[in-house]
Ligand binder design. Sequence first.
Ligand SMILES: [Zn+2]
Length: 142
Amino acid sequence: MILDTISDGNLYEENKVKVDEVWEKNRGGWERIIVEIIEILLKCPFSWEKLKEMKENKIEFWAADGLNLLRIIEMDEKRKSFYMVNQTGKITWPLRYQKLEEVHNKIHSGGTALISYEIDKLIPTWGNYIVGLFKYLGCDKV
Ligand SMILES: [Zn+2]
């Protein structure tokens, strides 16, 4: 019965518009899903939430100078700034997330290179640490 219905060319012709609509809708769905997955894969995970996760999991990463093993030790939600500590226990000055976000946008838009010397021009003395953090997050790969 179903086979008869499917093989009924006239029925297909009658419903062609509807069938095409469903097809288009589902195809659009798959395209959206694929685009979303690609966007996720092409994006680095940088965000305030990601930094928080790094702090909670005590994630360590190397500064670009290769001398300081860093981790995020404290985050100030109110000021939206955070502190890092190196392997000797030396704690940094607070780094404002907004400032870091500006630099991050510049890196991904090609406005600046991910090298300490260039980052130092934007946030003096922070180049090594910021490059280390962004390299840990894979910003140099996307
Ligand atoms: Zn990034």
